[in-house]
Design a protein around this ligand. Structure first.
Ligand code: ATP
Ligand code: MG
Length: 172
C-alpha cells in the first residue's frame, strides 16, 4: 500500500478549502487541520483590523502549517492553506518536503456566487480580484493536482481523491 499523502488544499478565497478539506480527510481516513488556525496572534490582530498581511507576516504562519504537515509525514493528513504564490508553497515544502497540493479551481463568477451565499463572511469584490491576481497556479515540477469546483462538495471530494490516487505516493 502507498504511504498516505499529506495534502495541502489550496486556492483562492471561496473555492471551498474549508468545505472540501474535512471531507477529503474523512475520505482518506486522515486528520484535517484548518490553515487559518495556525496564524500567530499578531496576524489575527491585523486581520481583525482589516490590515492586509505582508509576506513577512505570512512566513511564521506558513512555517507552522509546514510543521504540522511534516508531523504527519508517513501518516497522512489534510490541511487547508490558500498557498497562492509559488514562494508560499516553497516555504511549505521546505518544512514538509513530501506535501502534495490539491488546487481547487473555479471561475470568478462561480466563486463570487458561492461567497455571496456564505453566512457571516463579507468578502469585498476587490479582495476577490486581488486573490485571482495573486494566484500562481501549480507549476509542472510541483507535486499536486488541480481540481475543478463545479458540483457538490461530495463530487469535488471524489474528484480530488481520484486525482490524488493517480499521483505516486511519497517516497519518505
Ligand atoms: N461545492 C459547493 N457547492 C456549493 N457551495 C459550496 C461548495 N463548496 C463550498 N461552498 C460554499 O461556498 C462558500 C465558500 O466555501 P469555503 O468557506 O469552504 O471556502 P474557502 O476556500 O475555505 O474560503 P476562505 O479562503 O475565505 O477561507 C461557503 O459558504 C461554502 O458553504
Ligand atoms: Mg476557509
Amino acid at each position: 500500500m502507498n504511504t498516505p499523502h499529506v495534502v495541502v488544499v489550496m486556492g483562492v478565497a471561496g473555492t471551498g478549502k474549508t468545505t472540501i478539506g474535512p471531507l477529503l480527510a474523512a475520505r482518506l481516513g486522515v486528520p484535517y487541520a484548518e490553515g487559518d488556525d495556525f496564524h500567530p496572534q499578531s496576524n489575527i490582530a491585523k486581520m481583525s483590523a482589516g490590515t492586509p498581511l505582508t509576506d513577512d507576516d505570512r512566513w511564521p504562519w506558513l512555517d507552522a502549517i509546514g510543521d504540522w504537515a511534516q508531523g504527519r509525514a508517513g501518516l497522512g493528513g489534510v490541511v487547508s492553506c490558500s498557498a497562492l504564490k509559488r514562494s508560499y508553497r516553497d516555504r511549505l515544502r521546505a518544512a514538509a518536503p513530501g506535501v502534495v497540493f490539491v488546487h481547487l479551481t473555479g471561475d470568478r463568477a462561480l466563486v463570487e456566487d458561492r461567497m455571496s451565499h456564505r453566512q457571516g463572511h463579507f468578502m469585498p469584490t476587490a479582495l476577490l480580484d486581488s486573490q485571482f491576481a495573486t494566484l500562481q497556479p501549480l507549476e509542472p515540477d510541483e507535486a499536486g493536482v488541480a481540481v475543478n469546483v463545479t458540483g457538490s462538495p461530495e463530487k469535488i471530494t471524489e474528484r480530488a481523491a481520484t486525482a490524488l490516487a493517480s499521483l505516486s505516493g511519497p517516497t519518505a
